[in-house]
Design a protein around this ligand. Structure first.
Ligand code: NBP
Length: 471
Protein backbone atom coordinates (compact mmCIF):
# COMPACT_ATOMS: atom_id res chain seq x y z
CA UNK A 1 0.00 0.00 0.00
CA UNK A 2 1.09 3.59 -0.55
CA UNK A 3 2.12 5.54 2.51
CA UNK A 4 -0.07 8.43 3.76
CA UNK A 5 2.91 10.33 5.01
CA UNK A 6 6.69 10.24 4.78
CA UNK A 7 9.41 11.30 7.20
CA UNK A 8 12.90 12.30 6.13
CA UNK A 9 15.55 12.25 8.86
CA UNK A 10 15.62 9.42 11.37
CA UNK A 11 17.47 11.04 14.27
CA UNK A 12 15.49 11.13 17.50
CA UNK A 13 12.77 13.59 16.43
CA UNK A 14 12.11 12.07 12.99
CA UNK A 15 12.10 8.48 14.31
CA UNK A 16 9.66 9.35 17.04
CA UNK A 17 7.32 11.27 14.72
CA UNK A 18 7.32 8.37 12.26
CA UNK A 19 6.52 5.95 15.10
CA UNK A 20 3.78 8.28 16.32
CA UNK A 21 2.11 8.27 12.86
CA UNK A 22 2.43 4.49 12.66
CA UNK A 23 1.02 3.99 16.15
CA UNK A 24 -2.17 5.69 14.96
CA UNK A 25 -2.56 3.33 12.04
CA UNK A 26 -0.90 5.32 9.26
CA UNK A 27 1.48 3.76 6.77
CA UNK A 28 4.69 5.76 6.97
CA UNK A 29 7.53 5.99 4.46
CA UNK A 30 10.89 6.74 6.07
CA UNK A 31 14.20 7.85 4.64
CA UNK A 32 17.53 8.92 6.11
CA UNK A 33 20.63 10.15 4.29
CA UNK A 34 22.79 7.55 6.02
CA UNK A 35 21.11 4.28 5.06
CA UNK A 36 22.47 2.42 8.08
CA UNK A 37 20.19 4.55 10.28
CA UNK A 38 17.15 3.55 8.23
CA UNK A 39 18.14 -0.10 8.69
CA UNK A 40 18.55 0.36 12.43
CA UNK A 41 15.16 2.06 12.55
CA UNK A 42 13.52 -0.87 10.74
CA UNK A 43 15.23 -3.40 13.01
CA UNK A 44 14.19 -1.54 16.17
CA UNK A 45 10.69 -0.38 15.31
CA UNK A 46 9.64 -2.12 12.04
CA UNK A 47 7.28 -4.37 13.99
CA UNK A 48 5.48 -1.50 15.72
CA UNK A 49 3.54 -0.36 12.64
CA UNK A 50 3.48 -0.26 8.87
CA UNK A 51 6.62 1.38 7.53
CA UNK A 52 8.12 1.59 4.06
CA UNK A 53 11.84 1.95 4.69
CA UNK A 54 13.26 3.58 1.57
CA UNK A 55 17.00 3.38 0.88
CA UNK A 56 16.84 6.19 -1.69
CA UNK A 57 14.89 9.41 -1.95
CA UNK A 58 13.42 8.21 -5.28
CA UNK A 59 11.97 5.11 -3.66
CA UNK A 60 10.75 7.22 -0.73
CA UNK A 61 8.86 9.57 -3.04
CA UNK A 62 7.44 6.69 -5.09
CA UNK A 63 6.07 5.10 -1.91
CA UNK A 64 3.80 8.07 -1.08
CA UNK A 65 0.15 8.59 -2.04
CA UNK A 66 -0.67 11.88 -3.73
CA UNK A 67 -0.67 14.69 -2.93
CA UNK A 68 2.48 13.57 -1.16
CA UNK A 69 3.04 14.69 2.37
CA UNK A 70 6.73 14.77 3.22
CA UNK A 71 7.92 15.80 6.67
CA UNK A 72 11.54 16.87 6.89
CA UNK A 73 13.11 16.36 10.35
CA UNK A 74 16.79 17.03 9.75
CA UNK A 75 19.26 19.46 11.21
CA UNK A 76 17.85 22.97 10.74
CA UNK A 77 19.56 25.24 8.22
CA UNK A 78 21.81 23.74 5.55
CA UNK A 79 20.43 20.22 6.12
CA UNK A 80 16.89 21.34 5.38
CA UNK A 81 17.95 23.25 2.25
CA UNK A 82 19.93 20.24 0.97
CA UNK A 83 16.94 17.92 1.38
CA UNK A 84 14.54 20.39 -0.28
CA UNK A 85 16.86 20.76 -3.25
CA UNK A 86 17.01 17.00 -3.75
CA UNK A 87 13.24 16.65 -3.32
CA UNK A 88 12.04 19.32 -5.73
CA UNK A 89 12.82 17.44 -8.98
CA UNK A 90 11.16 14.29 -7.62
CA UNK A 91 7.86 15.85 -6.51
CA UNK A 92 4.76 16.77 -8.49
CA UNK A 93 2.22 19.58 -8.50
CA UNK A 94 0.45 20.15 -5.16
CA UNK A 95 2.70 17.84 -3.14
CA UNK A 96 3.29 19.16 0.36
CA UNK A 97 6.72 19.54 1.93
CA UNK A 98 6.70 20.10 5.69
CA UNK A 99 9.69 21.35 7.65
CA UNK A 100 9.21 20.17 11.22
CA UNK A 101 12.60 21.41 12.41
CA UNK A 102 13.40 24.54 14.35
CA UNK A 103 13.77 26.78 11.31
CA UNK A 104 14.11 30.55 11.42
CA UNK A 105 10.83 31.95 10.12
CA UNK A 106 12.63 34.05 7.51
CA UNK A 107 14.10 30.83 6.07
CA UNK A 108 10.59 29.40 6.04
CA UNK A 109 9.29 32.46 4.17
CA UNK A 110 12.07 32.09 1.61
CA UNK A 111 11.49 28.34 1.15
CA UNK A 112 7.72 28.75 0.94
CA UNK A 113 8.07 31.35 -1.81
CA UNK A 114 10.55 29.18 -3.73
CA UNK A 115 8.37 26.06 -3.59
CA UNK A 116 5.21 28.00 -4.45
CA UNK A 117 7.02 29.11 -7.64
CA UNK A 118 7.35 25.48 -8.73
CA UNK A 119 3.80 24.46 -7.79
CA UNK A 120 4.57 22.83 -4.46
CA UNK A 121 3.26 23.62 -0.99
CA UNK A 122 5.71 24.32 1.79
CA UNK A 123 4.58 24.15 5.39
CA UNK A 124 6.78 25.39 8.23
CA UNK A 125 5.55 23.48 11.25
CA UNK A 126 6.87 24.27 14.69
CA UNK A 127 6.90 21.10 16.78
CA UNK A 128 7.36 21.29 20.53
CA UNK A 129 7.55 18.66 23.19
CA UNK A 130 11.02 17.21 22.69
CA UNK A 131 11.57 13.53 22.07
CA UNK A 132 8.70 12.33 24.18
CA UNK A 133 6.27 14.78 22.62
CA UNK A 134 7.25 13.67 19.12
CA UNK A 135 6.52 10.07 20.07
CA UNK A 136 3.37 10.45 22.14
CA UNK A 137 1.84 13.74 21.01
CA UNK A 138 3.54 17.09 20.51
CA UNK A 139 2.09 20.56 20.15
CA UNK A 140 2.23 21.41 16.44
CA UNK A 141 2.19 24.93 14.97
CA UNK A 142 1.90 24.71 11.18
CA UNK A 143 2.10 27.66 8.82
CA UNK A 144 1.65 27.63 5.03
CA UNK A 145 -1.11 27.83 2.47
CA UNK A 146 -4.65 27.20 3.75
CA UNK A 147 -5.08 24.55 0.98
CA UNK A 148 -2.10 22.60 2.24
CA UNK A 149 -3.53 22.66 5.75
CA UNK A 150 -6.80 21.22 4.48
CA UNK A 151 -4.90 18.16 3.21
CA UNK A 152 -2.25 17.92 5.92
CA UNK A 153 -4.06 19.23 9.01
CA UNK A 154 -6.02 16.05 9.85
CA UNK A 155 -2.79 13.99 9.85
CA UNK A 156 -0.94 16.43 12.09
CA UNK A 157 -3.93 16.83 14.39
CA UNK A 158 -4.10 13.05 14.68
CA UNK A 159 -0.55 12.75 16.08
CA UNK A 160 -0.68 15.87 18.25
CA UNK A 161 -1.33 15.99 21.99
CA UNK A 162 -4.99 16.25 23.03
CA UNK A 163 -6.44 18.44 25.76
CA UNK A 164 -10.14 18.04 26.59
CA UNK A 165 -10.37 15.99 23.41
CA UNK A 166 -9.06 18.84 21.26
CA UNK A 167 -5.86 18.48 19.23
CA UNK A 168 -2.91 20.70 20.16
CA UNK A 169 -2.43 21.58 16.53
CA UNK A 170 -4.02 24.39 14.52
CA UNK A 171 -3.35 26.38 11.40
CA UNK A 172 -1.32 29.45 12.40
CA UNK A 173 -1.20 31.46 9.17
CA UNK A 174 0.68 31.68 5.90
CA UNK A 175 4.40 31.12 5.24
CA UNK A 176 6.51 31.69 8.38
CA UNK A 177 3.64 32.01 10.90
CA UNK A 178 4.07 28.53 12.40
CA UNK A 179 7.80 28.77 12.88
CA UNK A 180 7.40 32.28 14.29
CA UNK A 181 4.91 31.06 16.90
CA UNK A 182 7.23 28.15 17.76
CA UNK A 183 10.16 30.54 18.13
CA UNK A 184 8.23 32.73 20.58
CA UNK A 185 7.10 29.58 22.40
CA UNK A 186 10.78 28.85 22.98
CA UNK A 187 11.43 32.44 24.07
CA UNK A 188 8.68 32.14 26.69
CA UNK A 189 10.21 28.80 27.71
CA UNK A 190 13.50 30.60 28.42
CA UNK A 191 11.69 33.11 30.63
CA UNK A 192 9.69 30.42 32.45
CA UNK A 193 12.88 28.54 33.27
CA UNK A 194 14.71 31.68 34.41
CA UNK A 195 11.86 32.56 36.81
CA UNK A 196 11.92 29.03 38.20
CA UNK A 197 15.70 29.24 38.67
CA UNK A 198 15.33 32.58 40.50
CA UNK A 199 12.64 31.14 42.78
CA UNK A 200 15.01 28.27 43.62
CA UNK A 201 17.91 30.67 44.22
CA UNK A 202 15.89 32.91 46.54
CA UNK A 203 14.50 30.01 48.57
CA UNK A 204 18.03 28.55 48.83
CA UNK A 205 19.30 31.91 50.11
CA UNK A 206 16.53 31.72 52.73
CA UNK A 207 18.07 28.51 54.04
CA UNK A 208 15.95 25.86 52.37
CA UNK A 209 17.44 22.61 51.06
CA UNK A 210 16.95 21.36 47.51
CA UNK A 211 14.66 18.66 48.81
CA UNK A 212 12.52 21.18 50.71
CA UNK A 213 12.32 23.35 47.60
CA UNK A 214 11.38 20.28 45.58
CA UNK A 215 8.42 19.84 47.93
CA UNK A 216 7.47 23.49 47.49
CA UNK A 217 7.39 23.05 43.70
CA UNK A 218 5.35 19.89 44.09
CA UNK A 219 2.80 21.93 46.06
CA UNK A 220 2.90 24.74 43.53
CA UNK A 221 2.09 22.27 40.80
CA UNK A 222 -1.36 21.98 42.33
CA UNK A 223 -3.25 25.15 41.53
CA UNK A 224 -2.71 28.01 39.12
CA UNK A 225 1.03 27.38 38.64
CA UNK A 226 0.26 23.83 37.48
CA UNK A 227 2.61 23.23 34.55
CA UNK A 228 5.09 20.80 33.06
CA UNK A 229 8.14 22.92 33.94
CA UNK A 230 7.07 23.31 37.60
CA UNK A 231 6.45 19.57 37.77
CA UNK A 232 9.88 18.60 36.40
CA UNK A 233 11.57 21.23 38.60
CA UNK A 234 10.30 19.28 41.57
CA UNK A 235 11.83 16.11 40.11
CA UNK A 236 15.19 17.65 39.24
CA UNK A 237 15.51 19.21 42.71
CA UNK A 238 14.70 15.88 44.32
CA UNK A 239 17.46 14.02 42.46
CA UNK A 240 20.63 13.15 44.39
CA UNK A 241 24.03 11.75 43.45
CA UNK A 242 26.04 10.09 46.24
CA UNK A 243 23.88 11.84 48.83
CA UNK A 244 24.26 15.32 47.34
CA UNK A 245 21.49 17.12 45.46
CA UNK A 246 22.26 16.80 41.74
CA UNK A 247 21.49 20.49 41.20
CA UNK A 248 24.40 21.37 43.51
CA UNK A 249 26.94 19.48 41.41
CA UNK A 250 25.74 20.47 37.94
CA UNK A 251 28.04 23.12 36.41
CA UNK A 252 26.24 26.47 36.64
CA UNK A 253 26.68 27.49 33.00
CA UNK A 254 23.43 27.41 31.01
CA UNK A 255 23.66 26.67 27.32
CA UNK A 256 21.37 27.63 24.49
CA UNK A 257 20.66 26.58 20.96
CA UNK A 258 19.49 29.91 19.61
CA UNK A 259 15.70 30.18 19.46
CA UNK A 260 15.63 32.43 22.55
CA UNK A 261 18.22 34.67 20.98
CA UNK A 262 16.19 34.81 17.74
CA UNK A 263 13.09 35.81 19.70
CA UNK A 264 14.94 38.74 21.21
CA UNK A 265 16.69 39.78 17.99
CA UNK A 266 13.38 39.86 16.12
CA UNK A 267 11.61 41.60 18.99
CA UNK A 268 14.21 44.36 18.74
CA UNK A 269 13.53 44.67 15.02
CA UNK A 270 9.77 44.71 15.55
CA UNK A 271 10.10 47.18 18.43
CA UNK A 272 8.24 44.89 20.85
CA UNK A 273 9.54 44.99 24.42
CA UNK A 274 10.21 41.44 25.61
CA UNK A 275 12.55 42.29 28.47
CA UNK A 276 11.79 39.13 30.46
CA UNK A 277 12.86 36.95 27.54
CA UNK A 278 15.90 39.15 26.88
CA UNK A 279 16.99 38.96 30.53
CA UNK A 280 16.60 35.20 30.41
CA UNK A 281 18.80 34.90 27.33
CA UNK A 282 21.35 37.26 28.90
CA UNK A 283 21.23 35.37 32.20
CA UNK A 284 22.30 32.24 30.33
CA UNK A 285 25.07 34.15 28.51
CA UNK A 286 26.30 35.65 31.79
CA UNK A 287 26.37 32.24 33.45
CA UNK A 288 28.58 30.94 30.68
CA UNK A 289 30.87 33.98 30.54
CA UNK A 290 33.67 32.49 32.65
CA UNK A 291 36.17 35.31 32.19
CA UNK A 292 33.62 37.92 33.27
CA UNK A 293 32.56 35.90 36.29
CA UNK A 294 36.13 35.18 37.35
CA UNK A 295 37.19 38.82 37.01
CA UNK A 296 34.18 39.86 39.11
CA UNK A 297 34.82 37.61 42.11
CA UNK A 298 36.34 40.47 44.15
CA UNK A 299 33.26 42.70 43.90
CA UNK A 300 31.63 43.36 47.24
CA UNK A 301 27.98 43.06 48.25
CA UNK A 302 25.66 41.30 50.69
CA UNK A 303 26.42 37.63 51.26
CA UNK A 304 23.30 36.18 49.63
CA UNK A 305 21.63 35.34 52.91
CA UNK A 306 17.93 36.06 53.28
CA UNK A 307 16.88 35.91 56.91
CA UNK A 308 13.22 35.10 57.37
CA UNK A 309 10.98 34.86 60.40
CA UNK A 310 8.16 33.31 58.46
CA UNK A 311 9.31 30.88 55.81
CA UNK A 312 5.76 30.07 54.68
CA UNK A 313 5.14 33.75 53.99
CA UNK A 314 8.30 33.97 51.88
CA UNK A 315 7.36 30.82 49.94
CA UNK A 316 3.94 32.34 49.22
CA UNK A 317 5.50 35.62 48.13
CA UNK A 318 7.93 33.84 45.77
CA UNK A 319 5.00 31.95 44.36
CA UNK A 320 3.23 35.25 43.64
CA UNK A 321 6.39 36.68 42.04
CA UNK A 322 6.74 33.59 39.86
CA UNK A 323 3.11 33.63 38.76
CA UNK A 324 3.10 37.38 38.02
CA UNK A 325 6.38 37.25 36.12
CA UNK A 326 5.13 34.31 34.11
CA UNK A 327 2.01 36.27 33.13
CA UNK A 328 4.26 39.15 32.00
CA UNK A 329 6.41 36.80 29.87
CA UNK A 330 3.33 35.35 28.17
CA UNK A 331 1.96 38.87 27.63
CA UNK A 332 5.23 39.92 26.01
CA UNK A 333 5.53 36.84 23.80
CA UNK A 334 1.92 37.10 22.65
CA UNK A 335 2.41 40.80 21.94
CA UNK A 336 5.36 39.85 19.73
CA UNK A 337 3.22 37.32 17.84
CA UNK A 338 0.41 39.86 17.43
CA UNK A 339 2.79 42.50 16.12
CA UNK A 340 4.50 40.16 13.64
CA UNK A 341 1.14 38.81 12.56
CA UNK A 342 0.00 42.33 11.65
CA UNK A 343 3.28 43.08 9.88
CA UNK A 344 3.28 39.90 7.77
CA UNK A 345 -0.48 39.61 7.32
CA UNK A 346 -0.67 36.22 9.04
CA UNK A 347 -3.83 36.90 11.02
CA UNK A 348 -2.69 34.59 13.84
CA UNK A 349 -5.47 33.76 16.28
CA UNK A 350 -3.88 34.29 19.72
CA UNK A 351 -6.59 32.34 21.48
CA UNK A 352 -5.77 29.37 19.24
CA UNK A 353 -2.05 29.75 20.02
CA UNK A 354 -2.82 29.52 23.74
CA UNK A 355 -5.14 26.59 23.08
CA UNK A 356 -2.55 24.47 21.26
CA UNK A 357 0.13 25.28 23.87
CA UNK A 358 -2.02 23.73 26.61
CA UNK A 359 -0.68 20.24 25.89
CA UNK A 360 2.29 18.47 24.34
CA UNK A 361 4.73 21.37 24.49
CA UNK A 362 7.35 22.35 27.04
CA UNK A 363 5.47 25.44 28.28
CA UNK A 364 2.17 23.61 28.74
CA UNK A 365 0.50 25.09 31.77
CA UNK A 366 -2.88 25.55 33.37
CA UNK A 367 -2.52 29.30 32.84
CA UNK A 368 -2.84 28.75 29.08
CA UNK A 369 -6.49 27.73 29.36
CA UNK A 370 -7.16 31.03 31.06
CA UNK A 371 -5.22 32.90 28.36
CA UNK A 372 -7.19 31.04 25.68
CA UNK A 373 -10.42 32.22 27.27
CA UNK A 374 -9.21 35.80 27.73
CA UNK A 375 -8.33 36.12 24.03
CA UNK A 376 -11.39 34.26 22.71
CA UNK A 377 -13.41 36.87 20.91
CA UNK A 378 -11.48 39.73 22.51
CA UNK A 379 -8.91 41.79 20.69
CA UNK A 380 -6.66 42.41 23.68
CA UNK A 381 -3.79 44.84 23.22
CA UNK A 382 -2.08 43.02 26.09
CA UNK A 383 -2.86 40.05 28.27
CA UNK A 384 -2.18 42.28 31.28
CA UNK A 385 -5.28 44.31 30.44
CA UNK A 386 -7.65 41.35 30.60
CA UNK A 387 -9.78 42.28 33.63
CA UNK A 388 -9.35 39.06 35.60
CA UNK A 389 -5.59 38.99 34.93
CA UNK A 390 -5.21 42.64 35.91
CA UNK A 391 -7.08 41.93 39.14
CA UNK A 392 -4.86 38.98 40.04
CA UNK A 393 -1.69 40.94 39.23
CA UNK A 394 -3.01 43.68 41.47
CA UNK A 395 -3.45 41.18 44.29
CA UNK A 396 0.02 39.69 43.76
CA UNK A 397 2.04 42.81 43.28
CA UNK A 398 2.86 43.56 46.93
CA UNK A 399 4.36 40.10 47.34
CA UNK A 400 6.14 40.39 43.97
CA UNK A 401 7.72 43.71 45.02
CA UNK A 402 8.67 42.23 48.39
CA UNK A 403 10.51 39.33 46.71
CA UNK A 404 12.41 41.63 44.35
CA UNK A 405 13.32 43.91 47.27
CA UNK A 406 14.40 41.05 49.54
CA UNK A 407 16.48 39.43 46.79
CA UNK A 408 18.09 42.74 45.89
CA UNK A 409 18.81 43.49 49.55
CA UNK A 410 20.53 40.15 50.00
CA UNK A 411 22.54 40.36 46.78
CA UNK A 412 20.66 37.52 45.09
CA UNK A 413 20.25 38.43 41.42
CA UNK A 414 16.66 38.23 40.17
CA UNK A 415 16.89 39.68 36.66
CA UNK A 416 13.73 37.93 35.46
CA UNK A 417 11.47 38.88 38.38
CA UNK A 418 12.85 42.44 38.34
CA UNK A 419 12.46 42.86 34.58
CA UNK A 420 8.90 41.62 34.73
CA UNK A 421 8.08 44.02 37.56
CA UNK A 422 9.77 46.95 35.79
CA UNK A 423 7.72 46.20 32.69
CA UNK A 424 4.51 46.04 34.74
CA UNK A 425 5.27 49.39 36.34
CA UNK A 426 6.38 50.94 33.06
CA UNK A 427 3.32 50.03 31.04
CA UNK A 428 0.92 51.08 33.81
CA UNK A 429 2.62 54.47 34.35
CA UNK A 430 0.57 57.38 33.16
CA UNK A 431 3.68 59.41 32.47
CA UNK A 432 7.20 58.18 31.73
CA UNK A 433 10.56 59.97 31.87
CA UNK A 434 10.78 59.42 28.11
CA UNK A 435 9.96 63.15 28.05
CA UNK A 436 13.46 63.89 29.34
CA UNK A 437 14.99 61.49 26.83
CA UNK A 438 13.24 63.45 24.08
CA UNK A 439 14.52 66.70 25.57
CA UNK A 440 18.09 65.41 25.54
CA UNK A 441 17.77 64.12 21.99
CA UNK A 442 16.54 67.51 20.93
CA UNK A 443 19.45 69.19 22.74
CA UNK A 444 22.31 67.28 21.14
CA UNK A 445 20.78 66.18 17.86
CA UNK A 446 17.91 68.59 17.09
CA UNK A 447 15.71 65.48 16.95
CA UNK A 448 12.60 67.51 17.86
CA UNK A 449 9.74 66.63 20.23
CA UNK A 450 6.02 66.81 20.51
CA UNK A 451 4.07 68.48 23.31
CA UNK A 452 1.18 67.30 25.42
CA UNK A 453 -0.58 70.67 25.33
CA UNK A 454 -0.67 71.40 21.59
CA UNK A 455 -0.24 69.66 18.25
CA UNK A 456 2.89 70.02 16.11
CA UNK A 457 6.58 69.19 16.16
CA UNK A 458 8.98 71.43 18.07
CA UNK A 459 12.65 72.21 18.58
CA UNK A 460 14.30 74.41 21.18
CA UNK A 461 17.19 76.54 19.90
CA UNK A 462 19.52 75.15 22.58
CA UNK A 463 22.68 76.80 21.25
CA UNK A 464 20.88 80.04 20.43
CA UNK A 465 18.47 82.04 22.55
CA UNK A 466 16.69 78.88 23.73
CA UNK A 467 13.39 79.92 22.27
CA UNK A 468 11.13 77.24 20.85
CA UNK A 469 10.37 76.94 17.15
CA UNK A 470 7.69 74.87 15.46
CA UNK A 471 9.09 72.61 12.72
P1 NBP B 1 19.42 16.60 14.34
O1 NBP B 1 19.11 18.04 14.38
O2 NBP B 1 20.48 16.08 15.19
O3 NBP B 1 19.73 16.20 12.81
C1 NBP B 1 20.15 14.92 12.45
C2 NBP B 1 19.46 14.46 11.19
O4 NBP B 1 19.72 15.40 10.12
C3 NBP B 1 19.98 13.12 10.70
O5 NBP B 1 18.89 12.41 10.19
C4 NBP B 1 20.96 13.52 9.61
O6 NBP B 1 21.18 12.51 8.67
C5 NBP B 1 20.20 14.65 9.00
N1 NBP B 1 20.99 15.51 8.09
C6 NBP B 1 21.97 16.39 8.36
BR1 NBP B 1 22.72 16.65 10.01
N2 NBP B 1 22.45 17.02 7.29
C7 NBP B 1 21.75 16.50 6.26
C8 NBP B 1 21.80 16.73 4.87
N3 NBP B 1 22.62 17.63 4.34
N4 NBP B 1 20.97 16.01 4.08
C9 NBP B 1 20.12 15.11 4.63
N5 NBP B 1 20.03 14.86 5.95
C10 NBP B 1 20.83 15.55 6.76
O7 NBP B 1 18.07 15.75 14.62
P2 NBP B 1 16.95 15.93 15.74
O8 NBP B 1 17.54 16.22 17.07
O9 NBP B 1 16.06 14.76 15.60
O10 NBP B 1 16.17 17.25 15.31
C11 NBP B 1 15.53 17.37 14.04
C12 NBP B 1 14.93 18.76 13.93
O11 NBP B 1 13.94 18.91 14.94
C13 NBP B 1 15.91 19.90 14.14
O12 NBP B 1 15.56 20.97 13.30
C14 NBP B 1 15.69 20.32 15.57
O13 NBP B 1 16.02 21.67 15.78
C15 NBP B 1 14.21 20.07 15.71
N6 NBP B 1 13.75 19.84 17.08
C16 NBP B 1 14.44 19.05 17.91
C17 NBP B 1 13.97 18.84 19.20
C18 NBP B 1 14.70 17.94 20.13
O14 NBP B 1 14.26 17.82 21.29
N7 NBP B 1 15.79 17.29 19.73
C19 NBP B 1 12.77 19.42 19.61
C20 NBP B 1 12.06 20.19 18.71
C21 NBP B 1 12.57 20.40 17.46
P3 NBP B 1 22.44 11.50 8.82
O15 NBP B 1 21.94 10.41 9.72
O16 NBP B 1 22.70 11.04 7.44
O17 NBP B 1 23.57 12.28 9.40
Amino acid sequence: PLAQVGVIGLAVMGSNLARNFASRGHTVAVYNRTVAKTETFSADFGQDGTFVAAPTLEEFVAALERPRKVIIMVQAGAGTDAVIEQLIPLLEQDDIVVDGGNAHYEDTRRREAALREVGLHFVGAGISGGEEGALLGPSIMPGGSPESYAALGPLLEDISAKVDGEPCCAYMGTDGAGHFVKMVHNGIEYADMQFIAEAYDILTAAGMTAREISDVFRQWNIGDLDSYLIEITSEVLDQEVDGTPLVEVIMDQAEQKGTGRWTVQIALELGVPVNTIAESVFARSTSGHSALREASQGLTGPDRTISVDDRTALVDAVRAALWSSKVVAYAQGLDQIRTASAQYGWDVNISEVARIWRGGCIIRAKLLERIRQEYAGANLATLLAAPSVAADLGNSQDAWRHVVAVATGAGVPAPGFSAALAYYDTVRSERLPASLVQGLRDFFGAHTYQRIDKPGTFHTLWSGDRSEVEI
